[in-house]
Design a protein around this ligand. Structure first.
Ligand SMILES: [Zn+2]
Length: 279
Protein backbone atom coordinates (compact mmCIF):
# COMPACT_ATOMS: atom_id res chain seq x y z
CA UNK A 1 0.00 0.00 0.00
CA UNK A 2 1.22 3.45 -0.87
CA UNK A 3 1.09 5.98 1.95
CA UNK A 4 0.37 9.51 0.82
CA UNK A 5 3.09 11.97 1.91
CA UNK A 6 0.51 14.33 3.42
CA UNK A 7 -0.81 11.53 5.59
CA UNK A 8 2.72 10.71 6.76
CA UNK A 9 3.32 14.35 7.70
CA UNK A 10 0.02 14.46 9.59
CA UNK A 11 1.02 11.33 11.52
CA UNK A 12 4.43 12.79 12.42
CA UNK A 13 2.78 16.02 13.60
CA UNK A 14 0.26 14.10 15.69
CA UNK A 15 3.04 12.09 17.37
CA UNK A 16 5.05 15.26 18.02
CA UNK A 17 2.15 17.13 19.58
CA UNK A 18 1.38 14.09 21.73
CA UNK A 19 4.93 14.06 23.11
CA UNK A 20 4.91 17.83 23.74
CA UNK A 21 1.61 17.38 25.54
CA UNK A 22 3.11 14.57 27.64
CA UNK A 23 6.10 16.73 28.60
CA UNK A 24 3.96 19.66 29.68
CA UNK A 25 1.31 17.64 31.37
CA UNK A 26 2.63 14.54 33.17
CA UNK A 27 0.23 11.71 33.89
CA UNK A 28 -0.52 12.03 37.57
CA UNK A 29 -2.86 10.25 39.96
CA UNK A 30 -3.39 9.73 43.68
CA UNK A 31 -4.63 6.33 44.87
CA UNK A 32 -5.30 5.28 48.45
CA UNK A 33 -4.12 1.66 48.59
CA UNK A 34 -4.84 1.14 52.30
CA UNK A 35 -6.01 3.30 55.19
CA UNK A 36 -3.88 6.44 55.01
CA UNK A 37 -1.41 4.91 52.53
CA UNK A 38 -1.30 6.55 49.10
CA UNK A 39 0.49 5.93 45.81
CA UNK A 40 1.23 9.09 43.88
CA UNK A 41 1.92 8.61 40.19
CA UNK A 42 4.11 10.88 38.07
CA UNK A 43 4.23 9.34 34.57
CA UNK A 44 6.06 6.00 34.96
CA UNK A 45 7.19 6.60 38.54
CA UNK A 46 5.31 6.29 41.81
CA UNK A 47 6.08 7.62 45.27
CA UNK A 48 4.34 6.69 48.51
CA UNK A 49 2.73 9.08 50.98
CA UNK A 50 1.52 7.86 54.38
CA UNK A 51 -0.64 9.92 56.73
CA UNK A 52 0.16 9.18 60.35
CA UNK A 53 -1.92 11.69 62.31
CA UNK A 54 1.28 13.58 63.14
CA UNK A 55 1.93 14.46 59.52
CA UNK A 56 3.00 12.78 56.30
CA UNK A 57 5.80 10.33 55.59
CA UNK A 58 7.00 10.41 51.98
CA UNK A 59 9.05 7.78 50.16
CA UNK A 60 10.81 9.16 47.04
CA UNK A 61 10.41 12.70 45.70
CA UNK A 62 10.88 11.46 42.05
CA UNK A 63 11.96 14.88 40.68
CA UNK A 64 11.61 18.58 41.55
CA UNK A 65 8.43 19.10 39.57
CA UNK A 66 6.80 15.95 40.97
CA UNK A 67 7.93 16.80 44.51
CA UNK A 68 6.18 20.18 44.33
CA UNK A 69 3.03 18.42 43.16
CA UNK A 70 3.36 15.76 45.91
CA UNK A 71 3.62 18.54 48.48
CA UNK A 72 0.48 20.24 47.18
CA UNK A 73 -1.43 16.94 47.20
CA UNK A 74 -0.35 16.34 50.81
CA UNK A 75 -1.71 19.76 51.76
CA UNK A 76 -5.13 18.65 50.45
CA UNK A 77 -5.02 15.58 52.74
CA UNK A 78 -3.60 17.10 55.93
CA UNK A 79 -2.59 20.49 57.36
CA UNK A 80 0.31 18.80 59.16
CA UNK A 81 3.90 18.81 57.84
CA UNK A 82 6.02 16.20 56.10
CA UNK A 83 7.74 14.61 59.11
CA UNK A 84 9.91 12.08 57.26
CA UNK A 85 11.37 11.86 53.77
CA UNK A 86 12.68 8.39 52.97
CA UNK A 87 14.84 7.60 49.93
CA UNK A 88 14.26 4.12 48.48
CA UNK A 89 17.70 4.54 46.89
CA UNK A 90 19.75 7.32 45.32
CA UNK A 91 19.09 6.80 41.59
CA UNK A 92 18.27 10.22 40.16
CA UNK A 93 14.98 9.27 38.49
CA UNK A 94 13.46 8.49 41.91
CA UNK A 95 15.53 10.66 44.23
CA UNK A 96 15.79 14.13 42.66
CA UNK A 97 14.09 17.28 43.91
CA UNK A 98 13.69 16.27 47.56
CA UNK A 99 14.51 19.70 49.04
CA UNK A 100 10.90 20.92 48.96
CA UNK A 101 9.79 17.88 51.00
CA UNK A 102 12.79 17.85 53.35
CA UNK A 103 12.26 21.27 54.96
CA UNK A 104 10.89 20.03 58.31
CA UNK A 105 11.53 16.34 57.86
CA UNK A 106 13.87 13.69 59.15
CA UNK A 107 15.58 12.55 55.95
CA UNK A 108 16.35 8.84 55.90
CA UNK A 109 18.63 6.88 53.56
CA UNK A 110 20.67 3.70 53.67
CA UNK A 111 24.31 4.08 54.73
CA UNK A 112 25.71 3.53 51.21
CA UNK A 113 23.77 6.49 49.78
CA UNK A 114 25.90 9.51 48.83
CA UNK A 115 26.49 12.32 51.32
CA UNK A 116 23.96 14.50 49.49
CA UNK A 117 21.14 13.34 47.24
CA UNK A 118 20.41 16.19 44.82
CA UNK A 119 21.49 18.73 47.51
CA UNK A 120 19.51 17.05 50.31
CA UNK A 121 21.64 15.63 53.14
CA UNK A 122 20.12 12.58 54.84
CA UNK A 123 19.95 13.15 58.61
CA UNK A 124 19.41 9.52 59.56
CA UNK A 125 21.28 6.61 58.00
CA UNK A 126 21.11 2.90 58.74
CA UNK A 127 22.95 -0.24 57.66
CA UNK A 128 20.53 -3.19 57.65
CA UNK A 129 17.22 -2.22 59.23
CA UNK A 130 15.57 0.80 60.77
CA UNK A 131 12.15 0.80 62.44
CA UNK A 132 10.28 3.88 63.61
CA UNK A 133 6.76 4.86 64.53
CA UNK A 134 4.99 8.08 63.61
CA UNK A 135 1.47 8.61 64.91
CA UNK A 136 -0.60 5.51 64.24
CA UNK A 137 1.81 3.92 61.73
CA UNK A 138 5.04 1.95 62.00
CA UNK A 139 7.67 1.89 59.26
CA UNK A 140 10.08 -1.01 58.79
CA UNK A 141 13.00 -0.16 56.51
CA UNK A 142 15.21 -2.98 55.23
CA UNK A 143 18.36 -2.79 53.11
CA UNK A 144 18.04 -5.24 50.22
CA UNK A 145 21.81 -5.66 49.77
CA UNK A 146 23.75 -4.90 46.58
CA UNK A 147 22.30 -5.64 43.16
CA UNK A 148 20.14 -2.91 41.70
CA UNK A 149 22.27 -0.14 43.22
CA UNK A 150 24.12 -0.34 46.53
CA UNK A 151 21.64 1.52 48.74
CA UNK A 152 18.23 0.07 47.84
CA UNK A 153 15.73 -0.42 50.66
CA UNK A 154 12.18 -1.73 51.09
CA UNK A 155 9.69 0.20 53.22
CA UNK A 156 6.91 -1.80 54.91
CA UNK A 157 4.07 0.17 56.54
CA UNK A 158 2.04 -1.25 59.41
CA UNK A 159 -0.68 -1.93 60.29
CA UNK A 160 -1.60 -1.84 56.60
CA UNK A 161 1.14 -4.36 55.63
CA UNK A 162 2.00 -2.44 52.46
CA UNK A 163 5.52 -2.79 51.04
CA UNK A 164 6.87 -0.01 48.85
CA UNK A 165 9.46 -1.59 46.55
CA UNK A 166 11.54 0.24 43.97
CA UNK A 167 13.22 -1.19 40.86
CA UNK A 168 14.37 -4.62 42.14
CA UNK A 169 10.93 -6.09 41.37
CA UNK A 170 7.48 -4.99 40.21
CA UNK A 171 4.33 -7.11 39.90
CA UNK A 172 4.00 -8.78 36.50
CA UNK A 173 6.55 -6.49 34.90
CA UNK A 174 9.95 -7.27 33.36
CA UNK A 175 13.06 -5.79 35.02
CA UNK A 176 14.30 -2.58 33.46
CA UNK A 177 15.92 -2.92 30.04
CA UNK A 178 19.39 -4.62 30.31
CA UNK A 179 19.37 -4.26 34.10
CA UNK A 180 22.03 -1.59 33.88
CA UNK A 181 25.08 -3.84 34.09
CA UNK A 182 24.16 -5.00 37.61
CA UNK A 183 25.33 -8.22 39.20
CA UNK A 184 22.15 -10.20 38.51
CA UNK A 185 22.92 -12.90 41.09
CA UNK A 186 22.95 -10.12 43.69
CA UNK A 187 19.76 -8.75 42.16
CA UNK A 188 18.07 -12.17 42.57
CA UNK A 189 19.16 -12.10 46.22
CA UNK A 190 17.52 -8.68 46.58
CA UNK A 191 14.25 -10.23 45.41
CA UNK A 192 14.76 -13.10 47.88
CA UNK A 193 15.17 -10.49 50.60
CA UNK A 194 11.86 -8.93 49.54
CA UNK A 195 10.26 -12.39 49.72
CA UNK A 196 11.55 -12.76 53.29
CA UNK A 197 9.66 -9.65 54.45
CA UNK A 198 6.22 -9.84 56.02
CA UNK A 199 3.67 -7.90 53.93
CA UNK A 200 0.51 -8.32 51.88
CA UNK A 201 0.19 -5.43 49.42
CA UNK A 202 3.08 -4.91 46.96
CA UNK A 203 3.19 -1.21 46.02
CA UNK A 204 5.90 -0.84 43.38
CA UNK A 205 7.57 2.36 42.19
CA UNK A 206 6.75 1.27 38.62
CA UNK A 207 3.64 -0.42 37.25
CA UNK A 208 0.57 -1.93 38.86
CA UNK A 209 -0.20 -2.76 42.46
CA UNK A 210 0.21 -6.41 43.43
CA UNK A 211 0.64 -8.88 46.28
CA UNK A 212 3.60 -10.50 47.95
CA UNK A 213 3.52 -13.57 45.66
CA UNK A 214 4.39 -11.26 42.76
CA UNK A 215 7.90 -10.91 44.20
CA UNK A 216 8.37 -14.68 43.99
CA UNK A 217 7.18 -14.60 40.37
CA UNK A 218 9.85 -11.99 39.53
CA UNK A 219 12.57 -14.10 41.18
CA UNK A 220 11.43 -17.18 39.25
CA UNK A 221 11.42 -15.11 36.04
CA UNK A 222 15.03 -14.06 36.66
CA UNK A 223 16.06 -17.64 37.47
CA UNK A 224 14.27 -18.96 34.34
CA UNK A 225 15.89 -16.27 32.22
CA UNK A 226 19.30 -17.09 33.67
CA UNK A 227 18.88 -20.83 33.02
CA UNK A 228 17.75 -20.28 29.41
CA UNK A 229 20.48 -17.79 28.56
CA UNK A 230 23.18 -19.85 30.28
CA UNK A 231 22.11 -22.97 28.41
CA UNK A 232 22.25 -21.08 25.10
CA UNK A 233 25.66 -19.59 25.80
CA UNK A 234 27.07 -22.99 26.76
CA UNK A 235 25.79 -24.29 23.42
CA UNK A 236 27.74 -21.59 21.61
CA UNK A 237 24.83 -19.28 20.79
CA UNK A 238 25.48 -15.59 20.22
CA UNK A 239 23.57 -12.92 22.14
CA UNK A 240 21.72 -12.07 18.94
CA UNK A 241 20.66 -15.69 18.47
CA UNK A 242 19.54 -15.87 22.09
CA UNK A 243 17.48 -12.70 21.69
CA UNK A 244 15.57 -14.48 18.92
CA UNK A 245 15.28 -17.84 20.73
CA UNK A 246 14.66 -17.02 24.40
CA UNK A 247 10.96 -16.20 24.31
CA UNK A 248 9.99 -16.61 28.01
CA UNK A 249 6.46 -17.42 26.81
CA UNK A 250 5.00 -17.75 30.31
CA UNK A 251 5.55 -14.02 30.78
CA UNK A 252 3.91 -12.71 27.60
CA UNK A 253 1.26 -10.80 29.52
CA UNK A 254 3.79 -8.99 31.73
CA UNK A 255 4.44 -5.29 31.32
CA UNK A 256 7.28 -4.36 28.93
CA UNK A 257 7.53 -7.97 27.63
CA UNK A 258 7.91 -6.92 23.99
CA UNK A 259 10.15 -3.92 24.59
CA UNK A 260 12.48 -5.21 27.25
CA UNK A 261 12.79 -8.99 26.82
CA UNK A 262 15.57 -8.69 24.18
CA UNK A 263 17.35 -6.24 26.50
CA UNK A 264 16.85 -8.53 29.51
CA UNK A 265 18.43 -11.37 27.47
CA UNK A 266 21.34 -9.15 26.48
CA UNK A 267 21.89 -7.95 30.05
CA UNK A 268 21.77 -11.50 31.41
CA UNK A 269 24.13 -12.82 28.71
CA UNK A 270 26.63 -10.00 29.30
CA UNK A 271 26.54 -10.66 33.03
CA UNK A 272 27.08 -14.42 32.61
CA UNK A 273 29.96 -13.88 30.15
CA UNK A 274 31.57 -11.19 32.34
CA UNK A 275 31.44 -13.37 35.46
CA UNK A 276 32.78 -16.46 33.70
CA UNK A 277 29.63 -18.50 34.30
CA UNK A 278 29.05 -19.18 30.60
CA UNK A 279 32.17 -21.36 30.15
ZN1 LIG B 1 17.04 2.49 40.46
Amino acid sequence: MKVLPSLMIATVLAVQSLSVHAQNDPKRSVTEVADGVYRLQNNFHYSMVVLTGEGAVVVDPINADAAGWIKSEISKLTDKPVTHLIYSHSHADHASGGAVLAEQATVIAQSNAPDHIDSVKPTLRFDDTHVFSAGDKTFELTWLGPGHGEDLIAVVVRPANVAFITDAAAPKRLPWRNMGGANIDDWINQVRKIESLDFEIFAPAHGSLGVKADATDVRVYLEDLKASVLNGLKNGKSIKELQAEVTMEDYQDWGQYENWLPLNVQGMASFLIKTGQAK
